[in-house]
Write a protein that binds this ligand. Structure first.
Ligand code: G4P
Ligand code: MG
Length: 174
């Protein structure tokens, strides 16, 4: 199946739209938790519009002995970060809601630290059967764009960004 190519410009415009959806919802988060690495760039662009502090968490699918793990493992999840979640309204940010497995895992971890509220924001939601589910505590879910279930080629994965942008232009994007 053909990949869906998105440019930095597309990302920025979609994140702007996403920030509008969050603001219009009346949800007013205290902070962003960005899931690394895909969530870093959307979180930073969201900060331009929502002006919130960003905490980050890393996820690994390998344990510390480099063996594959059954469940994703939270890494770079330092005590100081956890302490900042209690009683706060948290916006969890990632680039894509694909299988929802990582998101579910992160949400369950976040909820252990008793935030006041947790919402999820992603740039792209893939329209597909999800393996993960959002815990019942999660009442708000925002996505910038819903896309068909196909591979999204993000600009930050491009080795040759000019070639990446050329493909978008050839397909009539801008
Ligand atoms: P989900 O909960 O957000 O749905 O994530 P899931 O576990 O299904 O995704 C596994 C990995 O695959 C994630 O990367 C996710 O970003 C990546 N992924 C899923 N669909 C796409 C896609 O269409 N395009 C690209 N480029 N990546 C996709 P990760 O392990 O978190 O790595 P990182 O890239 O965030 O460091
Ligand atoms: Mg990721």
């Amino acid at each position: 199946m053909e990949k869906y190519y998105v440019s930095y410009q597309d990302i920025h415009r979609t994140v702007r739209k996403l920030s509008g959806l969050i603001r219009d919802s009346g949800f007013s988060p205290d902070l962003i938790v960005a899931i690394g690495t895909g969530g870093f760039i959307p979180a930073r662009i969201l900060k331009t519009y929502l002006n919130l502090p960003i905490l980050t968490v890393g996820i690994a699918y390998y344990d510390i002995h480099n063996r594959p793990a059954d469940t994703p493992q939270m890494i770079q999840w330092i005590d100081e970060v956890r302490a900042k979640l209690t009683g706060k309204k948290v916006l969890l940010v990632d680039e894509v809601d694909d299988s929802r497995t990582t998101l579910e895992y992160c949400l369950r971890e976040l909820l252990k630290y008793k935030p006041k509220e947790v919402a999820v924001a992603v740039i792209h939601n893939k329209d597909k059967e999800k393996r993960g589910t959002f815990p019942a505590e999660v009442k708000r879910y925002f996505f910038g764009e819903e896309v068909k279930d196909r591979w999204i080629a993000y600009p930050w994965d491009a080795i040759d960004i000019d070639q990446h942008d050329r493909i978008i232009r050839e397909r009539g994007g801008k």
